[in-house]
Design a binder for this molecule. Structure first.
Ligand code: ADP
Ligand code: MG
Length: 290
C-alpha cells in the first residue's frame, strides 16, 4: 500500500519521539509499503522569521532542509538501510497570487506568547491573533494548487525509497511569466499532504499530531473523541462544531478531500501512539461511507 504520513511540528521537539516514530515508519517500509513522509514547520519557520527578514517561502525551504535531514538521520538510526535510501525532496507548491489569505491571514506560526509580547510584535508589523492557548503570529496560508516536484516524488517511490517531501506544506510560489515567484506565505502542511496523497493515488493518509484525533465539544467537559465517521457526515459536523482554523480545521478538510476524491481512508491520530494509529486504533478514522 502507498501511505502518506504527515507529521506535526511537535515530533521535532524531542529526538526520542522522532526515533520512536521512525521505528514505526521503517517497520511499515519493511512490510513492503510505499511511504512519503511530510511534516509541518509552524513553530520552526516562525522562530526563523523573528531573526531573518527573508521571504517565508525561502525560510520554509531552510526548514525543509533541516527538518528533512532530522527525519533522515532518525531513520538511519533505527534502520540503516531504509534511512540511507530515504531522500528529502525540496518541494515547491503553486498557489494563487489572488488567494484571499494574502488579505486575511489565518495560519499561526512561531511559539505562543503573552499579550505584552504580542503587542510588541504587532508594532513590528506582524499580524497577531488570540487563540485558545495564547497569542501567536498569523500569516497567509493560501490553498495549495499544484506540487511542482510531483514526478520526482513518484520516481523515488518507484525506486523503493522513502520520500520526505512537502515539508512545511512546501515552499509557496506563484506563477510569474514562464517561472515562479516566492510568496510570503506558509502553506498548511495538512492541505498540501492531502493534495499530494490525491495526486499520488495513495491508499491512506495519516495525519499525526499531539491529540488523539478529532474531538466533539473540544475544550468542554463533554469532549468526546470521534472514532469513525464518513466524509459527508464529517463535512456536516465541521459546519457546526468548533474545529479551530489553522489547527484542527485544515486536518479535517484535508481528510474530507482525500477520502471523497479517492474512496480510501484517512486517519487523524496521536503521533506518540503511532503504532496504534497505523492499525487504525484509538484515532479518528474517516471512511468514504458508513
Ligand atoms: P500540528 O502541528 O500537528 O499540525 P496543530 O496545533 O496545528 O498541530 O493542531 C492540533 C491542535 O488542534 C491540538 O493540539 C488542539 O489544541 C487543536 N484543536 C482544535 N480543535 C480541536 C478539536 N475539535 N479536536 C482536537 N483538537 C483540536
Ligand atoms: Mg498544524
Amino acid at each position: 500500500m502507498r501511505y502518506v504520513i504527515a507529521v506535526g511540528g511537535n515530533a521535532f521537539r524531542n529526538g526520542k519521539v522522532l526515533n520512536k516514530l521512525s521505528y514505526r515508519i521503517a517497520a511499515l517500509k519493511r512490510r513492503g509499503h510505499e511511504i512519503v513522509v511530510t511534516h509541518g514547520n509552524g513553530p520552526q519557520v516562525g522562530n526563523l522569521a523573528l531573526h531573518e527578514k527573508k521571504n517565508l517561502a525561502v525560510l520554509t525551504k531552510e526548514t525543509q532542509a533541516v527538518m528533512g535531514a532530522a527525519i533522515k538521520k532518525s531513520l538511519i538510526y533505527v534502520d540503516r538501510e531504509a534511512g540511507l535510501e530515504a531522500k528529502v525532496v525540496c518541494t515547491h507548491v503553486v498557489v494563487d497570487k489572488d488567494d484571499d489569505e494574502f488579505v486575511n491571514p489565518t495560519k499561526p506560526i512561531g511559539e505562543f506568547c503573552s499579550r505584552k509580547e504580542a503587542e510588541r510584535l504587532a508594532r513590528k508589523g506582524f499580524v497577531m491573533k488570540r487563540l485558545l492557548k495564547g497569542y501567536r503570529r498569523v500569516v497567509p496560508s493560501p490553498m495549495p494548487l499544484r506540487i511542482v516536484e510531483l514526478n520526482k516524488i513518484r520516481e523515488l517511490l518507484h525506486e523503493g525509497r522513502i520520500a520526505i517531501a512537502v515539508g512545511g506544506g512546501g515552499a509557496a510560489v506563484t506563477s510569474s511569466g514562464h517561472g515562479f515567484k516566492y510568496a510570503d506565505a506558509v502553506i498548511d502542511k495538512d492541505l498540501a499532504s492531502s493534495l499530494l496523497a490525491v495526486n499520488l493515488k495513495a491508499d491512506r493518509l495519516f495525519i499525526l499530531t499531539n491529540v488523539d484525533g478529532v474531538y466533539l465539544g473540544y475544550h468542554t467537559r463533554r469532549a468526546r473523541l470521534l472514532r469513525r465517521i464518513d466524509a459527508s457526515s464529517l463535512r456536516r459536523t465541521a459546519a457546526t462544531e468548533h474545529f479551530e482554523s489553522g489547527s484542527m480545521m485544515p486536518k479535517v478538510r484535508a481528510c474530507i478531500d482525500f477520502v471523497s476524491k479517492t474512496g480510501k481512508r484517512a486517519v487523524i491520530g496521536n503521533l506518540l501512539k503511532a503504532d496504534n494509529v497505523f492499525e487504525l486504533k484509538g484515532a479518528t478514522v474517516i471512511v468514504p461511507r458508513t
